[in-house]
Design a protein around this ligand. Structure first.
Ligand code: NI
Length: 185
């Protein structure tokens, strides 16, 4: 699939929740996972392939050390065995008050990376393609990825989470991303 680039308007959509996943959603999730892997990404949200629906995918299994804990429905579990994750209608709650700053990129912003401060630990509740409700508690890169992708489903982009100074430093690169997008048409 083609990955939508900033500033395509669909990236600002507040995506519709998916009340019951259809076979089309299963195909979409499979295609998104392939697209994400081909682009060497760790996460991809439906608006990034032009769909304004609350569905996203994540796979951080290449880096088993990127979390210090992983709980699914309250039970400790092996994170790698639960990858990739396809999640619908996610709701995130920070756990504790600790925040962490780390570098992020986004497949809709080729060549752009920035330091983003986010809650270090989260609890995310979502639906699976089979309609099951699942809760994951975790930290590290996976917590960051869930927050980044859930932001996408609410029309929020990582540049919105950057400090003003960081954004100013990326002004030229951001202008290039926007120019490339215009040149695509
Ligand atoms: Ni992104």
């Amino acid at each position: 699939m083609k990955i939508v680039r900033y500033p395509e308007p669909v990236l600002r959509a507040r995506c519709k929740s998916v009340s019951a996943a259809t076979p089309d959603h299963k195909v979409l999730a499979k295609d998104m996972l392939e697209t994400m892997k081909a682009a060497n990404g760790v996460g991809l949200a439906a608006p990034q392939v032009g769909k304004d629906e609350q569905l996203a995918v994540i796979d951080v299994s290449h880096n088993p050390q990127c979390v210090t804990y992983f709980k699914i429905n309250g039970e400790d579990a092996d994170m790698v065995k639960h990858m990739p994750v396809v999640f619908l209608n996610p709701k995130i709650e920070p756990v504790g008050k600790q925040k962490e700053t780390d570098e992020e990129g986004c497949l809709s912003f080729p060549g752009l990376r920035g330091q983003i401060r986010r809650p270090a630990e989260i609890k995310v509740t979502y639906q699976t393609l089979d309609g099951e409700t699942v809760t994951i508690e975790t930290d590290g890169l996976l917590a960051r990825a869930f927050q980044h992708e859930t932001d996408h489903l609410n029309g929020i982009l990582f540049i919105d989470r950057m400090s003003a100074a960081a954004k100013l430093g990326l002004k030229k690169k951001l202008a290039r991303v926007m120019q490339d997008w215009e040149d695509l048409d």
